[in-house]
Design a protein around this ligand. Structure first.
Ligand code: DGP
Length: 112
């Protein structure tokens, strides 16, 4: 499958890793929109929020379990924002479910 985040997950494309285990990978966004901008993805290909279902939703709860640890590992100490874009109107550019963690500075009220 020609998915850039699957290629990052399997090591074909390098990334600046923050955290990795059997199920998920967290890495720095190539185009940061905050002082710290990390993406968290499931290793399993899920197109977007629209494709979360009973058989794969474990990935989402697991990612949220791990987000505080990932934020800490990325050096975030004073709060963060978690965003996922789903579909055209939300400008989802990579069609593999991912969660943006933004922090490391005082964020504007609206970002992304
Ligand atoms: P979204 O607009 O929500 O689909 O965000 C996709 C993000 O992925 C965007 O902030 C830039 C980031 N991105 C795209 N390609 C790469 C890549 O090859 N490496 C890394 N580290 N980030 C990428």
């Amino acid at each position: 499958m020609d998915c850039i985040f699957c290629k990052i997950a399997n090591g074909e494309i390098p990334s600046k890793k923050v955290y990795e285990d059997s199920f998920i990978l967290a890495f720095h966004d190539i185009n940061p929109e905050a002082k710290v901008h990390v993406l968290v993805i499931p290793k399993e290909h899920i197109h977007s929020c629209d494709f979360v279902n009973k058989s794969n939703s474990f990935n989402v709860s697991y990612i949220f379990e791990k987000i505080p640890e990932i934020a800490r590992l990325a050096g975030i100490t004073n709060g963060y924002r978690v965003i996922t874009n789903c579909g055209e109107d939300a400008c989802q550019s990579v069609k593999h479910l991912h969660f943006h963690i933004l922090g490391g500075e005082k964020l504007p009220e609206q970002i992304k």
